[in-house]
Design a protein around this ligand. Structure first.
Ligand SMILES: C[S@@+](CC[C@H](N)C(=O)[O-])C[C@H]1O[C@@H](n2cnc3c(N)ncnc32)[C@H](O)[C@@H]1O
Length: 217
């Protein structure tokens, strides 16, 4: 096991985070003991940040104690790994439009204690204007206006020196245009607001997705 980022370990080609809830196997297949601690395997086929890391991402800004705004948190599968990384002192505000997904997220959030589930529309940040400012805004909503939604939320909630991460899903933006054309188009929109630190295509883990790590300008 080798630590590759704060809170993220690699063994061979497999990723792990330190389990905030030892013994709990939610959203992982494997729990691994190493030097007295327990680690959860982070599956790149089920989580885009894990796919980006295994594809060679060099900038992964999550750290202990950070506050994260997560747009499109769904059932909390990826968020549970972010929750391990930021630890008990951190917090994830998770926005999700589907009541069904929020129902699945609630017990995970309750056990972990550092995830705040919010039933709401990420296109309407006024619905959750009460949240704290975030060190990181992560967006995985798969809508055709993904980039605009990210910018709108960063304007409201991202700290001046904060980071944004987005998983662009080409097929949700346009089913006809080629993914490469869509990535170019979205990057040119995002570049008006962010310095793009890294961009990585996620295949074979996720087809037609690009993961970006950016700094607010
Ligand atoms: C690709 S899934 C997210 C998977 C999740 N990020 C993970 O890795 O565990 C996209 C999610 O965005 C949600 N979503 C779509 N439009 C939304 C919106 N306008 N506001 C909030 N959530 C939205 C969907 O309901 C869905 O749960």
């Amino acid at each position: 096991m080798k630590q590759i980022f704060p809170g993220v370990w690699k063994k061979g080609n497999r990723l792990f985070t330190k389990n905030l809830l030892p013994g709990d196997k939610t959203y992982t297949k494997t729990l691994l003991k190493f030097k007295g601690n327990e680690y959860r395997e982070w599956d790149p086929y089920r989580s885009k940040p894990a796919a980006a890391i295994l594809k060679g991402l060099k900038t992964f800004p999550l750290k202990k104690g950070m506050k994260i705004l997560y747009l499109g948190i769904a059932n909390g599968a990826t968020a549970s790994f972010f929750s391990d990384i930021i630890g008990k002192e951190g917090v994830i505000y998770g926005i999700e439009i589907s009541e069904r997904s929020i129902r699945d997220l609630n017990p995970v959030a309750e056990k972990r204690g550092n995830i705040v589930p919010i039933l709401g529309n990420a296109k309407l940040p006024n619905e959750y204007s009460w949240i704290e400012k975030a060190d990181i805004v992560y967006e995985d909503v798969a809508t055709d206006d993904q980039s605009e939604v990210l910018v709108r939320n960063c304007k409201e909630f991202l700290k001046p020196d904060g980071f944004a991460m987005i998983a662009i899903k080409a097929r949700s933006i346009d089913v006809v245009k080629s993914p490469k054309t869509i990535y170019k188009q979205e990057i040119s929109k995002l570049q008006k607001h962010f310095k793009i630190l890294e961009k990585i295509e996620l295949d074979p883990y996720e087809k037609d997705h690009m993961f970006l790590v950016m700094k607010w300008m």
